[in-house]
Design a protein around this ligand. Structure first.
Ligand code: OMP
Length: 218
């Protein structure tokens, strides 16, 4: 069986969650590819994706005892991963946030298992500049959780400001926070994949040019 990186890329292309074209990113960069985790929108697709996440996390050996999905895209990802771990015999607590704090009913903006004192693994879709992940770390600490690591499906391996540093945003977060950042796949994996599949070869030049302009050297 191919490893989790190849399985993930095949799955993402099949679900059209990974597309080639022209996309404007949150950073304003014009990218020749885009990963939209919202297009894993069936039970079977999410279940298969969760297997890739769990394989990547287990291969890394990161130690944690709660899964946290940042709103919105991380919520089904963390939930699907919790189901995959239950299938593997590990029943993990899962929690997520809402973007708007609720003032009635149970109130607050955290939902699911309490974070207090738990070693939390953040489950999210993609890292470009690391802004979304830094926000999630703040939410977890404010909720009493202890960040233990981050897992993302795709590391775009971009430098925040290539003129001053070619360190990737994922590596910056890892160093600055002292946390492991597990990536199911990276831009490098996508480039290797396009080299091995003739139907994708036409996208390679533009991916390489994009990496040249914005890519990290880490
Ligand atoms: P950072 O916060 O810059 O790390 O970017 C992560 C966010 O970028 C994601 O949560 C998405 O909102 C968005 N995004 C994607 O979903 N897929 C991509 O391929 C690229 C981006 C992006 O805008 O950079």
């Amino acid at each position: 069986m191919p490893d989790h990186r190849t399985r993930f890329l095949q799955l993402a292309l099949r679900a059209q969650a990974l597309r080639f074209g022209e996309f404007t990113l949150k950073s304003g960069r014009l990218s020749p590819y885009f990963f939209n985790a919202g297009l894993f929108n069936t039970g079977a697709g999410l279940a298969e994706l969760a297997v890739c996440y769990a394989d990547a996390v287990d291969a890394d050996g990161v130690d944690f005892d709660l899964l946290f999905g940042p709103a919105y895209k991380g919520i089904p990802l963390a939930t699907a991963l919790a189901c995959e771990y239950a299938r593997r015999g590990r029943d993990l607590p899962v929690a997520f946030n809402r973007k708007e704090a609720k003032s009635h009913g149970e109130g607050g903006h955290l939902i699911g298992a309490p974070l207090d004192g738990r070693r939390v693994l953040i489950v999210d879709d993609v890292i470009t500049a690391g802004t979304a992940i830094r926000e999630a770390l703040g939410i977890i600490r404010a909720g009493g959780g202890l960040p233990a690591g981050i897992v993302i499906a795709l590391d775009r391996q971009e430098a925040v400001d290539p003129a001053t540093s070619r360190r990737s945003a994922a590596e910056s977060v890892a160093i600055e926070q002292g946390l492991p950042v597990v990536r199911v796949a990276t831009l490098d994996d996508l480039l290797a994949f396009t080299a091995s599949d003739s139907t994708l070869a036409g996208h390679r030049e533009r991916l390489l040019a994009y990496r040249e302009a914005y890519g990290s050297l880490t």
